[in-house]
Write a protein that binds this ligand. Structure first.
Ligand code: GLC
Length: 626
């Protein structure tokens, strides 16, 4: 990691800066660059002795197999930052040592897209606390070697942010911070090629403001104003916040919605080439000022575009969400067919030094993005297949086990995304409602299976808080007018501490069944985490491969490192499956293997392995004499 010398990094930064801002229409680029350097210098000077030690020892920390993450909303998890202190034991007990705090910075007071419309990046949402409390909390977490990540919304600010307020008052300097047009002609021209992010709840890409007589680009909600990255002052302002957050002591910063940050007429305004030098500059600045801090990119776009954000030759984002794996997991569960997942695992190459975040659910919806050609090749009609998945996870497909809701349903095209908690989407809600013990059992097996894949895949496994306790969909959001229109709140609810405390208690029969499910999921997760941490071969530097088997229901991955070998089998069907291991034996030799979770012994000698419904095996070389 970060092998280049300081002068090499500076040289690259100067060149990139010149290429992006050299002939910008607003300012003298060399003056701006000097200011940027002063800013970097100031933040570098302010690194605390503890942070400097982390900068020396912790570069690349996210590649380690011991890192297991959880993403959570502070208010839903522990009411506030002060309350979080009392929940550290819970996190430790589970084995989690990396926390992604969902937006904690001060959002606009009204509706704010779950915190993604920030009006002040340098203060914390007063409902959960302040930076003093955050600092105290980070101190405690670091003592326990728990890493942290915060969100940084870089594509847009809230319209209540001071830059936007100045722009709204007619200040030309700040009007240039955003993308504004006096006539409707250009916005209309953009609308021809730019798709809508929220076609249902926030249609269109521009909003007209009477007070300034301008159309402002608002790709997301009306209250989220897109920033103008062509303006070097915007870049400087963003770097100022980035380094401010880094110096607050966090270990990772999540750059929100990166595919959107550069706009060009006549394009989709997504994933444009101009984004890459900007991200690379951010990485260089972090390397120079606070090298232990990792950048996590959020880009829920086409798979090859996602890997592009790791960078082509030099790192841009250190970590990216493995959205393709997430979608493939849900696809495989519905179709009982793992071929797309196998192909993607082998197709998507992560740049050296980069790592995936592997997850099953998060705070957002599930969007069904597949590579069309690959889907067709495997015999699926892309349109019909998407419709099948939408219906399946909504719960209307006749043989589904799932219940969820639609997100951003488009009446004209029938397009939609899906929402729901992991447990409900895996069948637990339906099974419990029908008191169908067999279905309940299968649902738990599905949950365990998905967890087993993310816990053994290369990258950081990230649990969405509540999923480790099999929390079900919650419909309360429909009674809150600020949330009712956004079904993502179906899976954003208060953590059920009562259920956690009751896990080991004797309770009445009805509650018992649900609690015993939670208990199985929770203990299963804990076991997977503990087992993962003992497997150094799972660290991110070691490449992982997927093996196309003669049985499409079973996903198989392997990793090999000198004498170490890991093989994972995952049966995505409720039927028993037999797989021939000859293809593995030809790659990996005829090893005697042992499953770390159940203790089963398997030989990769070309014979076959029998897997029960949704069964998975984590195999390593069996060194015990028999
Ligand atoms: C990201 C967030 C999502 C939010 C959007 C706009 O995609 O994950 O929740 O709506 O950015 O900021």
């Amino acid at each position: 990691m970060h092998k280049t010398t300081e002068s090499g990094l500076n040289k690259e930064l100067v060149q990139l800066y010149q290429s992006v801002y050299g002939d910008n229409p607003y300012y003298d680029a060399s003056e701006c660059y000097k200011e940027l350097q002063l800013l970097m210098y100031r933040y570098q000077e302010q690194r605390t002795p503890k942070q400097i030690i982390r900068d020396q020892n912790k570069q690349g920390w996210y590649l380690d197999e011991h890192i297991v993450g959880m993403t959570l909303y502070v208010d839903l998890f522990s009411d506030d930052l002060a309350g979080f202190v009392n929940r550290i034991d819970y996190i430790k007990e589970l084995g989690v040592n990396f926390i992604h705090f969902m937006p904690i910075l001060r959002g606009r007071p009204d509706e704010n897209d779950g915190g993604y419309a920030v009006m002040d990046y340098k203060s914390i949402n007063p409902e959960i606390g302040d930076f003093e409390e955050f600092d105290k909390l980070l101190g405690l977490l670091h003592k326990d070697d728990i890493h942290t990540c915060v969100d940084f919304v870089i594509n847009h600010t809230a319209k209540e942010h001071e830059w936007a307020k100045k722009a709204l008052s007619g200040d030309a300097t700040y009007m240039n911070y955003y993308l504004m047009h006096t006539t409707k002609e250009t916005p209309d021209a953009y609308d021809v090629t730019v798709p809508e992010v929220f076609p249902g709840v926030a249609p269109g890409n521009f909003t007209y403001y009477d007070e300034i007589g301008r159309y402002v680009m608002t790709s997301f909600y009306e209250f989220q104003w897109d920033l103008n990255y062509k303006n070097p002052k915007v870049f400087e302002g963003i770097i100022d916040i980035l380094l401010f957050l880094a110096n607050k002591g966090v270990d990772m910063i999540r750059l929100d919605a990166i595919p959107f940050i550069w706009k060009k007429l006549g394009t989709t305004c997504r994933n444009l080439d101009e984004i890459h030098p900007i991200l690379r500059m951010m990485h260089l600045i972090v390397d120079l000022v606070c090298p232990s801090v990792a950048l996590l990119g959020e880009a829920i776009v086409e798979a090859t575009e996602i890997v592009g954000y790791f960078g082509e030759e030099e790192l841009e984002c250190d970590v990216m969400y493995n959205a393709p794996l997430m979608v493939n997991l849900w696809n495989s569960l519905a179709t009982r067919d793992t071929r797309l997942m196998t192909e993607d695992t082998n197709r998507l190459k992560v740049l050296e030094g980069g790592a995936w975040i592997n997850y099953v659910r998060c705070h957002d919806d599930i969007g069904w993005g597949f590579n069309e050609a690959m889907t067709k090749n495997l015999g699926f009609d892309p349109y019909l297949h998407k419709q099948f998945l939408i219906d399946f996870y909504l719960g209307t497909y006749k043989d589904t086990f799932s219940v969820g809701e639609l997100y951003e349903y488009d009446e004209k095209t029938g397009d939609a995304r899906n929402c729901g908690t992991m447990a409900s989407l895996c069948g637990l809600e339906k099974g419990l409602a029908a008191s169908d013990h067999y279905q309940i059992e299968l649902a738990i097996k599905r949950i365990q299976l998905l967890n087993a894949v993310i816990m053994s895949s290369t990258g950081i496994p990230l649990i969405y808080s509540g999923d480790e306790m099999a929390m079900l969909n919650n419909h309360d959001y429909k009674r809150d007018e600020k949330k009712a229109h956004d079904s993502r709140w179906l899976h954003r609810m208060k953590f059920d501490w009562q259920a956690y405390e009751d896990l080991d208690k004797k309770v009445d029969k009805e509650t018992y069944i649900e609690l015993s499910c939670k208990s199985q999921v929770y203990t299963g997760m804990k076991k997977l985490i503990a087992t993962r941490k003992g497997l150094s071969i799972l660290r991110s530097e070691i490449k992982q491969f997927a093996v196309p088997l003669d049985n499409k229901h079973v996903y198989c991955i392997y990793k090999i490192d000198k004498n170490d070998l890991f093989v994972g089998f995952f049966n995505f069907s409720e039927d028993r499956q037999i797989v021939k291991t000859s293809v593995l034996a030809s790659h990996l030799g005829h090893s005697d293997m042992k499953d770390l979770l159940q203790g089963k012994r398997v030989n990769l000698d070309g014979e076959s392995v029998l897997l029960g419904p949704y069964e998975y095996l984590w195999l390593v070389k069996d060194t015990v004499e028999k």
